[in-house]
Design a protein around this ligand. Structure first.
Ligand SMILES: Cc1ncc(COP(=O)(O)O)c(C=O)c1O
Length: 413
């Protein structure tokens, strides 16, 4: 269980005025947006940053001598510095812009793990991974004749650490772990797990898609080898994310994709590749996305990630108690430490029916497998309902959620 905190510590009503999309009706009811783990709404500061790029600075980066290109390049590279500072990286050159968390994982699989993975080698993940931290490794294992090993989780949704230790061996070439589970909300003891992997000489990739919006992440403190996240889950634009990689790893990694900007010189006899991070950013990047991501991180930092965490923990704690009080509700995910995600099922009612009735009440939640089918299988369900909280959610919105669930109960008896 999470600890209840002072939900009133943030001026949520003021914060909500920053988010235009929150002020609309859904099916004639005020929108209650509780699908933040899928994607978050965007503050005006992010929308303005993206528009301003198109209104003023629209140009390609890195290769222009003219004013607009210089401005675009400065803004793009400043965005990299913002991400570096937010993640606590040592050097901006450790930050690679990607399309998303998914692309970051595929990049590491392709450029770091593939060259060092042989037949019989192993990749270690946990049983609570998102599909994007399963399928790239399955593809690679299939190609290389390697083996994907999975650390089990207990009934609450905590990783079984004793099993983790036992699965690490000299055959393990990488450990790829989710920091915060999108289906269960579990906050994994990632720092301790990284330390354990390193004691066996094994590098670790952290899927931080659900961590960056809710937790204070510092990659140097974690000492992870790679860390990936997506902007759209932390109030930024879609189609942009970032990969942090330790400089010594990035320096020795082969290119991910070929094209412009990732080269120093090209001839028909061969090409010389650019230094990281540009080596991994082939072609025209998502310039406005990077600028929007930086604006989102600036926004989060103005409010303060600790304030955001405290607010969300208060909401999660209150929502957990109140949703559990609805007859027939069972939690799926009750780990020791959770962030933002409340997953549940209701006896006798399919999650999609719950989602549809909630939607008719203006309450947006997610119903389904949340791209974590192995998690669903672990708990013997095909789907769950997931309410997930962001910095702008309120206790009134929990009332609306619980009101909607009470209606579901009435409809289904
Ligand atoms: C834990 C986790 N990992 C990875 C992803 C994939 O993120 P994206 O679709 O932005 O690549 C998600 C998205 O839901 C997620 O929650």
């Amino acid at each position: 269980m999470t600890i209840a905190t002072d939900v009133a510590a943030l001026d949520i009503e003021r914060i909500r005025t920053d988010f235009p999309a929150l002020h609309q009706e859904a099916h004639g009811r005020p929108l209650v947006y509780l699908d933040n783990a899928a994607t978050t709404q965007k503050p005006q500061a992010v929308i303005d940053a993206v528009s301003s790029f198109y209104e003023r600075d629209c140009s390609n980066v890195h290769r222009g001598v003219h004013l607009l290109s210089q401005r675009a390049t400065i803004a793009y590279e400043q965005a990299r510095s913002t991400v570096k500072a937010h993640l606590g990286a040592r050097d901006s050159r450790e930050i690679v812009f990607t399309r998303s968390t998914t692309e970051g994982i595929n990049l590491v699989a392709s450029s770091f793990v593939r060259p060092r993975l042989g037949e019989g080698d192993e990749i270690l993940i946990s049983a609570m991974e998102h599909h994007s931290n399963i399928v790239p490794w399955q593809l690679l294992c299939e190609e290389r004749g390697a083996v994907l090993r999975v650390i089990s989780i207990d009934d609450n949704g905590d990783i079984i650490l004793e099993e983790y230790e036992k699965l690490l061996s000299e055959r393990t070439k990488i450990v790829a772990l989710v920091h915060v589970s999108n289906a269960l909300g579990t906050i994994n003891p990632i720092r301790q797990m990284i330390k354990t992997a390193h004691s066996h000489g094994v590098p670790v990739l952290v899927d931080g898609a659900q961590a960056v919006p809710h937790l204070d992440v510092n990659v140097q403190e974690l000492d992870c080898d790679f860390f990936v996240f997506s902007a759209h889950k932390v109030y930024g634009p879609t189609g942009i994310g970032a990969l942090y990689g330790k400089r010594e790893h990035l320096m020795e990694m082969v290119p991910y994709q070929g094209g412009g900007d990732m080269i120093l010189s090209v001839s028909f006899e061969g090409s010389k590749f650019n230094e990281p991070p540009h080596r991994f950013e082939a072609g025209t990047p998502n310039i406005e996305g990077a600028i929007g991501l930086a604006a989102a991180l600036d926004y989060v930092n103005r409010i303060g990630i600790d304030n955001i965490s405290a607010h969300e923990n208060g909401l999660l704690s209150a929502a957990t108690d109140r949703v559990l009080a609805v007859p027939g509700v069972r939690l799926v995910g009750s780990a020791r430490r959770r962030a933002s995600v409340l997953g549940f099922v209701m006896e006798g009612v399919h999650p999609h029916d719950i989602g549809t009735i909630l939607d008719s009440e203006g309450v947006a939640v997610r119903a389904g497998h949340h791209c974590a089918q192995p998690v669903m299988a672990r708990y013997g369900v095909s789907a769950t309902v997931r309410a997930s909280f962001g910095l702008y959610n309120t206790t009134n919105e929990i009332d609306a959620l619980v009101g909607g669930l009470t209606k579901v109960r009435e409809v289904f008896g």
